[in-house]
Ligand binder design. Sequence first.
Ligand code: PMP
Ligand code: GLN
Length: 382
Amino acid sequence: MIPPVQSKLPHVGTTIFTIMSGLANQHHAINLGQGFPDYSMSEELMNKVNEVMHKGWNQYVPMQGYMPLRESIAEKAEFLYGTKIFPDTQITITPGGTYAIYTALTTILQPGDEVIVFEPAYDSYIPNIEINGAVPVLIDLQFPEYKIDWNEVRNRITSKTRTIMLNTPHNPTGAVLGEEDMKQLQSIVKDTNIFILSDEVYEHLIFDNIPHQSILRYPDLLERSFVCFSFGKTYNCTGWKLGYCITSPELMVEFRKVHQFNAFCCHTPSQVALAEFLKNKEAYLSLSGMMQQKRDYFVQLMKQTKFDLLNSSGSYFICAKYDRISDEGDKDFAVRITKEFGVATIPVSSFYKTGTDNKVVRFCFSKKNETLEAAVERLVKI
Ligand code: PMP
Ligand code: GLN
């Protein structure tokens, strides 16, 4: 007899990314759902990994991550955000951004703690909170700009509030935080015991010359924050699952206690290769221009369709209303257009635990121009 499992996540099914990519494969649809590029990553970086493997970089690196990589990250952070970060005590390399977020939440949350989450929210946040026995406190971003209502944040803070979660540039909406948001955040957390978890995996994918409001720019916020990044997004290699977390030395001691008994350390050859590759500023500085061109091209193409695109200032994503086409719920609509028209998207209500359905689907535009053209050729028929 198989002993029954008492589920730690009783309300969770399969992620919407898995469902929509599965459906896309089954129906040979063009996949503008799950966020990953369909163009190649850097040849130079791939060759570098190969080269270091042949040089023997195939055993464990230290638990905190390969030191020259942490040094390169610290240099880059200081160059971009003007803050000195100590690579030995403030940076840990992780197997992806999702893992960094999970580890940070596990480090700080106790059962019954409250965590403020803005919805729509990246799908891992709420399960990560709940698996730690903590309670998500859900606040809708203001539709359709997806801005934070800071007055509501103030109203929802209680003596149990332990963490506020941020994500800029934002998945799924492409909204970005501005300087005023950071001022509001500073004034709210000052003299409290509230931590911040800042998901900045799209730090380099921000458009229209808007500066990325990294927590790393604000030392008073950084000391209470876990800031999470992903190399997968930066270097078009989402399958590498490599990222990192930056925090204060005090919080990093506790983060590493959790990390060392989970992954312990990450893939060695990619860390050794990235340590050098990160010094190439052009490789990450050119990203926003390249991705902005893709956004603009997609926006232009979509004018031929009955979708009404919302604004996207960053990330891989842009959302679209479809009320000129149908009044179906977004999940039914997304499934139907995958099956009938051969284009997969992500229904945005999947990012709301509250079930809010603004009748919006998310498109991923980090694709070859031919892919975007082929998808729009199908979407004009709807
Ligand atoms: N946060 C957000 C908002 C994301 O979109 C992603 C992308 N998958 C991640 C975290 C996780 O990145 P990784 O694949 O490195 O775990
Ligand atoms: N971040 C990607 C997205 O939002 C997918 C990640 C995943 O499949 N878990 O589409």
